[in-house]
Design a binder for this molecule. Structure first.
Ligand code: MF3
Ligand code: CO
Ligand code: CO
Length: 249
């Protein structure tokens, strides 16, 4: 799991300088695919439930699962999430970050910064014996006072030899699984999608692309995390020290 997480994080490090005005989301996807394969991994999204690409690239009001496309060209001011899952020697590493293109508005920057802080607040609650519900509570406590909403229909997940497995990691304050406690050795993702407007979403007719129902901006970060006796270990921490734009990249 450490090795798979490392390849996924290295991929997001490596693609960073390519995220510029004029590049297509397909070019970014193809770079990520080549990079993962050169590091001995397979992009786990390719063919997963029929998904056609090696990454998900979600721009502006796209919440998640944007399919990369040669006609989708990055524009000045865009904010973009790139989500990659490396399958290496039978194990999955799943991570995403936001990237800013050119001159990004103060509003969009604030949304990205708060989304990163919300993800980290959720992760900080993780420790063997702690409640699963603490993750969503902590994320909501960061996102909602800032005036944002937390997407409810898509969640984090356990992963290992499978891409998606129990537990479901809800990112909003909830009592869905009130008695579930985390245990050392479990690996799961925390991947909140935070919207500038309503939390409600719409599924596009391609069967994948999810947008905000009101067209407002959405941001997301994702880490694969190992639960330990003393807390947690980030399996998709950036070897280059990047934590995603606007954090260093
Ligand atoms: N990487 C996404 C996640 O964080 C899942 C994408 S599934 C796909 O769980 F089929 F859309 F690729
Ligand atoms: Co992902
Ligand atoms: Co995930």
């Amino acid at each position: 799991m450490r090795a798979a997480g490392r390849v996924a994080a290295l991929t997001l490090d490596a693609v960073t300088p390519l995220v510029k005005v004029g590049v297509s989301t397909l070019e970014l996807n193809d770079f990520c695919e080549r990079f993962m394969r050169e590091h001995g991994a397979v992009p786990a999204t390719l063919g997963y439930k029929g998904y056609p690409a090696a990454s998900c690239i979600s721009r502006n009001h796209v919440v998640c699962h944007g399919i990369p496309n040669a006609e989708e060209i990055l524009q000045d001011g865009d904010i973009v999430n790139i989500d990659v899952t490396a399958l290496l020697d039978g194990f999955h590493g799943d991570t995403s970050r936001m990237y800013g293109v050119g001159n990004v508005s103060a509003e969009a920057r604030a949304l990205m910064a708060t989304t990163y802080q919300a993800m980290m607040a959720g992760i900080e609650t993780i420790k063997s014996g702690n409640y699963l519900t603490a993750i969503g509570a902590a994320i909501s406590q960061v996102a909602e006072p800032a005036g944002y909403s937390v997407v409810r229909e898509y969640c984090g997940h356990g992963l290992g030899r499978k891409f998606h497995e129990d537990p479901q990691v809800l990112h909003y304050a909830n009592q869905e699984f009130p008695s579930v406690r985390l245990r050392a050795g479990t690996t799961l993702t925390v991947e909140p999608m935070i919207n500038a407007g309503t939390w409600r979403t719409r599924l596009h007719d391609d069967g994948w692309r999810v947008t905000t129902a009101d067209g407002a901006l959405s941001a997301q970060y994702e880490h694969t995390v190992l639960v330990t006796d003393t807390g947690y270990e980030l399996l998709t921490a950036s070897p280059a020290g990047y934590t995603g734009w606007p954090y260093g990249a």
